[in-house]
Design a protein around this ligand. Structure first.
Ligand SMILES: *Cc1c(COP(=O)(O)O)cnc(C)c1O
Length: 363
C-alpha cells in the first residue's frame, strides 16, 4: 500500500503507531483474551486505563489540581449545550465572542437553550486590507455581569486561530476542539475547556472537558444526568457506560504524544508544518489565503486557487498523488489542509511539492 496522507478536518487521521498498536491489541487486550471493547467499564483493567489516561493528559497539559477532567459523550457540540445548562441557571447571562462557523454555531445553540436575553454576542473578526483579522475587545470595559465568556480558539472551517490569550473579568469557556494539545496553553487562565476528540485526540463521539472546581457550584438547570458536570465528576465519568473504545484510543494518543516529546515538541513541529504550507501559498500567485498572518490557523490551512475552475482538477490530481481530503468545507469552499498533531511533516512536504507542480502546470 502506498502512503496516503489524509488531510481530513475531522474525523482526522490518527498517529500511525497508535493505529498499529490498536490493530495488534484489537482482539486480545492486556492479555485478557478479549477486546477492550468487550470488557466492563467497571473492571479493574479498564479503570486503570482511565486513570492512566487522565494522569498523562494532566502531565501533557500541566492541568492544575483544582481542575477536573471529564470524559463525556456527544463530541464538541454537546458542550455547546452543556455549558449553558450547567452554568446559566434561570437568569444567568453569558457573552459569546464569534470568529467563524463554530463559534457562531455555539451562540445559536446557546440561544436555543437559554433564550436570547441571556446571551450577548460580539463578532471579533474584522476585514482589514482584505484579510480576516481577530481584534479582541477589551472585556474589562464592559460593565455587565456574565457567568462566563465563550470563544473558539481555532475556527476549523475558516482557518482562523486566536493565539493571543484573552483577559476577562469573567471565567473563560473555550472550545479547543481543533487546537487542543497542538501548542502549550496555560490551563489556569480558563474556567472550562472542552474539545470534541476527533481532531487531535481520538475517535469521534468522545468529548474532553477540563473544568475548574469553583465553576461546578454555579446554578445548574441540567435535566440529563449524563450531561451534568457534577454528576459526571462524582461518578468518575462513568454515570452510564462511557464510549470505552474511544477512551482507550485517546489514552493511546496521549501516550504517543508523550513519547514524542509532549506538547512543546509538537508545537515546534506544528509551527514548521504550517510555515511550509503558508510559504508555498504566499510565494505563488496561483494560491491565496485570506487570513491575517497573526491569525492563520496552524491546524487548518485554508486556501483558494486563483482560478476556482481548476478546483476539481486540483482535488483529483492530489488524490492521485496520495493527498486526500483537501476539499474546503462546503460552506466556505476552496481548499483546506488540516494538519493536526498526527500529520507528519513529510505529508506537508509532499503536499507543498504537489502544489508547486500543479501551479507550474496550470500557470
Ligand atoms: C469539529 C468541531 C466541533 C464539533 O464537534 P462535534 O463532535 O461534531 O460535535 C466544535 N467546535 C470545533 C472548533 C470543531 O472543530
Amino acid at each position: 500500500m502506498s502512503t496516503i496522507y489524509n488531510f481530513c478536518a475531522g474525523p482526522a487521521m490518527l498517529p500511525q503507531p497508535v493505529m498499529q498498536k490498536a490493530q495488534q491489541e484489537l482482539i486480545d487486550w492486556n492479555g485478557l483474551g478479549v477486546s477492550v471493547m468487550e470488557i466492563s467499564h467497571r473492571s479493574k483493567e479498564f479503570i486503570a486505563l482511565t486513570q492512566q489516561a487522565e494522569k498523562t493528559l494532566r502531565e501533557l497539559m500541566h492541568i492544575p489540581q483544582n481542575y477536573h477532567v471529564l470524559f463525556m459523550h456527544g463530541g464538541g457540540r454537546a458542550q455547546f449545550t452543556n455549558v449553558v445548562t450547567n452554568f446559566l441557571g434561570n437568569n444567568g447571562r453569558a457573552l459569546y465572542l464569534t470568529s467563524g462557523q463554530w463559534s457562531s454555531s455555539a451562540v445559536k445553540e446557546a440561544k436555543r437553550i437559554a433564550g436570547e436575553s441571556q446571551i450577548d454576542e460580539i463578532n471579533i473578526v474584522e476585514t482589514i486590507n482584505g484579510l480576516h483579522q481577530v481584534c479582541l475587545p477589551d472585556l474589562n470595559q464592559i460593565n455587565k455581569d456574565y457567568r462566563f465568556v465563550h470563544y473558539c480558539a481555532n475556527e476549523t472551517v475558516d482557518g482562523i486561530e486566536i493565539f493571543e490569550s484573552l483577559t476577562s473579568p469573567w471565567p473563560i469557556v473555550a472550545d479547543l476542539s481543533s487546537t487542543i494539545m497542538s501548542h502549550e496553553i496555560d490551563v489556569s487562565k480558563f474556567g472550562l475547556i472542552y474539545a470534541g476528540a476527533q481532531k487531535n485526540i481520538g475517535p469521534s463521539g468522545l468529548s474532553i472537558v477540563i473544568v475548574r472546581d469553583d465553576m461546578l457550584s454555579l446554578p445548574s438547570l441540567v435535566q440529563s444526568s449524563v450531561m451534568d458536570y457534577n454528576i459526571t465528576k462524582d461518578n468518575d465519568s462513568m454515570f452510564n457506560t462511557p464510549p470505552t473504545f474511544a477512551w482507550y484510543l485517546a489514552a493511546e494518543v496521549f501516550e504517543w504524544l508523550k513519547s514524542v516529546g509532549g506538547v512543546s515538541a509538537m508545537e515546534k513541529i506544528n509551527q514548521q508544518k504550517a510555515q511550509l504550507l503558508y510559504e508555498c501559498i504566499d510565494l505563488l500567485p496561483f494560491y491565496k489565503n485570506g487570513v491575517a498572518i497573526e491569525n492563520r490557523s496552524r491546524m487548518n490551512v485554508t486556501f483558494q486557487l486563483a482560478d476556482s475552475a481548476l478546483d476539481s482538477q486540483f482535488l483529483a490530481d492530489a488524490e492521485q498523488a496520495g493527498l486526500v481530503a483537501l476539499k474546503g468545507h462546503r460552506i466556505v469552499g476552496g481548499m483546506r489542509a488540516s494538519i493536526y498533531n498526527a500529520m507528519p511533516i513529510e505529508g506537508v512536504q509532499k503536499l507543498v511539492v504537489f502544489m508547486q507542480e500543479f501551479a507550474k502546470q496550470h500557470s
